[in-house]
Ligand binder design. Structure first.
Ligand code: RB5
Length: 157
């Protein structure tokens, strides 16, 4: 279910965050989204001094849950640590995506509310294109996907 309407863009507030290993990519995403007209909040970090990825993951995850932002985009070196940490926030479904197809399915099947990318690993597909693809799609709402997500939510509670 593709939704590229102006209304959708106007209603979105996207939070971006990274540890020290993903600053370049996080900044590229931030600038790209701003240029495209999205409202974007930068959760940092902006300085290469090493930090702990759970701090950024939890800040962005909690902002999604409290509805300060609509969705989040997180980066760390591999994307793994920050995914693990973000997924500990109740209600977060953070998806580490290395392709446009994974980005699309993480929305339509998994209703991911955070997209995660790798800042240091060279992935075959352009990360900005992965972000664009992720933002194009919404959850399909199909019963089987809702049921599966419901099982995760039940386990969490
Ligand atoms: C930081 O050096 C690195 O461990 C972190 O960015 C990430 O890759 C962890 O999963």
């Amino acid at each position: 279910m593709e939704n590229t309407s102006k209304n959708k863009k106007e209603n979105l507030i996207i939070g971006v965050g990274t540890d020290h290993a993903g600053i370049k990519l996080k900044d590229a995403i931030f600038n790209h989204l701003k240029e495209k007209g999205y409202e974007v909040i930068n959760f940092g970090v902006d300085n290469p001094t090493p930090v702990d990825y759970p701090d950024i993951a939890i800040a962005v995850g909690e902002a999604v849950i409290s509805k300060k932002i609509t969705c989040g985009i997180l980066v760390c070196g591999t994307g793994i640590g920050i995914s693990i940490a973000a997924n500990k926030v109740k209600g977060i479904r953070a998806a580490l995506c290395i392709s446009k197809n994974a980005a699309k399915l993480s929305k339509t099947h998994n209703n991911a509310n955070i997209l995660v990318l790798a800042g240091r690993d060279n992935v075959a597909e352009d990360p900005i294109a992965i972000v664009e693809e992720w933002l194009k799609f919404d959850f399909s709402g199909e019963e089987r996907h809702q049921r599966r997500i419901g099982k995760i939510t039940s386990y969490e509670t």
